[in-house]
Design a protein around this ligand. Sequence first.
Ligand SMILES: [Ca+2]
Length: 234
Amino acid sequence: MQFKTAYNVFKIVLVVILVEISVVNCVSEEELFAFGEDVDDNYMASGDETFAEVDLPSIFYYLDDEQESLVVHSNGFVSFAAPIPGFREDLKIPFYHPYIAPFYADVDTTVSGRVYHRKTRDANLLEKATTYIRKAFPYHQFQLEWLFIATWSGVGHYKGASDQVNTFQTVLASGGEKSYVLILYPTAGISWFQMEGRHSGEMVLAQAGLDAGSNNQYYLLPGQGTPDIRYLDR
Ligand SMILES: [Ca+2]
């Protein structure tokens, strides 16, 4: 079973619950969830192939599974199983691993950018997430309890490229047994969409999507794996 698309028009904020996908309005950089050192975000060391393992505040219901932890990868995705430490240019979504990939690519923050993450129960941020989700699913009843916010801010790509940088964000929002995923691309957040494969030497296009990791449940974002992925931010 594949995900159901609730709206055909693709814009900037993507909200996902179980098998429903909805796309709501554009966001400016200011409309992202606050991130960075000023809000006590954790951040990963600069580098090419880094990841951070995080225990979640409570169970996060992601499709068919109950998740207690996740792994944030510098390469533009969050997974719920063992880390995939190195970028694999041969890996095509879906790769049957439970993950959320706002922008799976060979990100490299050695020269430019930083990957932030944190858990929060901040009331203002819960309200902000609630507002986004209500735009997508006006009739849902839910009460958010915590968020996990991962932000790839101004990141370059392998090998140490920094002439163009990308910014995007993924938020897991938990309200007990109700779980949502928000994927946010600020306007002009996507500047690069391909990089030279470190093994093949051929250009490798970025990918984006969500995968349950089982039962053939996955959702591919429009344009992913093609040059049109550049339009995720429009
Ligand atoms: Ca990388």
